[in-house]
Design a protein around this ligand. Structure first.
Ligand code: 5GP
Length: 209
């Protein structure tokens, strides 16, 4: 059996509760590694550099692009966000399933580059609930909330590109469902090509004995 970890992309509207979902998933199961992205946006209160994001200048971000240090990157509401390659490669080769919590443009780039990646889309049960959560969070100005809601409307157009939809109504059932979907992905034949070819070979030679 292959011990290579798999790549999981989690997207969803800003305010869908992805952050809490990820925190719980990592707390409850130990085979996951959450990639820390680089971004040019300012830290929110309580966010820590190197933990929530690597907060970098535009010049630094540009340099990372030029040096080919990102798996993918995208622009989201006036800022750049990208996935550093080194951490992803390291954790996957250690056998960890690596989770990228990224927006849709980045998700589609990952799917193109790694067709075996699992793409999950998280949404609250309704549009009204999404707005309620974004306003309730109180971390953004009304202009930014409105920009994020407009972006949500654009992202909604691409939801079918994802493999599975997760409706985040209650957190715990959603965490369990996410874990099950990732585990299921491990059984895909494309993750076991070495095993399959060995099995074929052995079957072929059974007659020789
Ligand atoms: P926020 O500013 O709320 O932390 O993130 C804004 C959006 O950027 C979210 O949809 C988040 O998933 C996405 N995002 C975070 N990191 C990355 C990344 O490395 N690449 C891409 N493409 N999107 C990201």
């Amino acid at each position: 059996m292959s011990h290579q970890g798999i790549l999981v992309v989690v997207s969803g509207f800003s305010g869908a509760g992805k952050g809490t979902l990820m925190k719980e998933l990592l707390k409850q199961y130990d085979n996951y590694a959450l990639s820390v992205s680089a971004t040019t946006r300012q830290p929110r209160e309580g966010e820590r550099d190197g933990e929530d994001y690597f907060f970098v200048s535009r010049e630094h971000f540009q340099q990372m692009i030029e040096e080919n240090k990102l798996v993918e990157y995208a622009q989201y509401v006036n800022h750049y966000y990208g996935t550093p390659k080194e951490y992803v490669d390291k954790k996957m080769s250690e056998g960890k399933d690596v989770i990228l919590e990224i927006e849709i443009q980045g998700a589609l780039k990952v799917k193109k580059r790694f067709p075996d990646a699992l793409l999950l889309f998280v949404t609250p049960p309704s549009a009204e609930e999404l707005r309620r959560r974004l306003v309730g969070r109180g971390t953004e100005t009304i202009e930014v909330i409105n920009a994020r809601l407009r972006r949500a409307a654009e992202e909604a157009a691409g939801m079918e590109a994802y493999d599975y939809l997760l409706i985040n109504d209650e957190i715990q059932p959603c965490v369990e469902q996410m874990h099950q979907l990732i585990q299921l992905q491990h059984s895909k034949t494309s993750y076991h090509l070495d095993f399959l070819s060995r099995m074929r070979e052995d079957l072929y030679h059974l007659d020789d004995r």
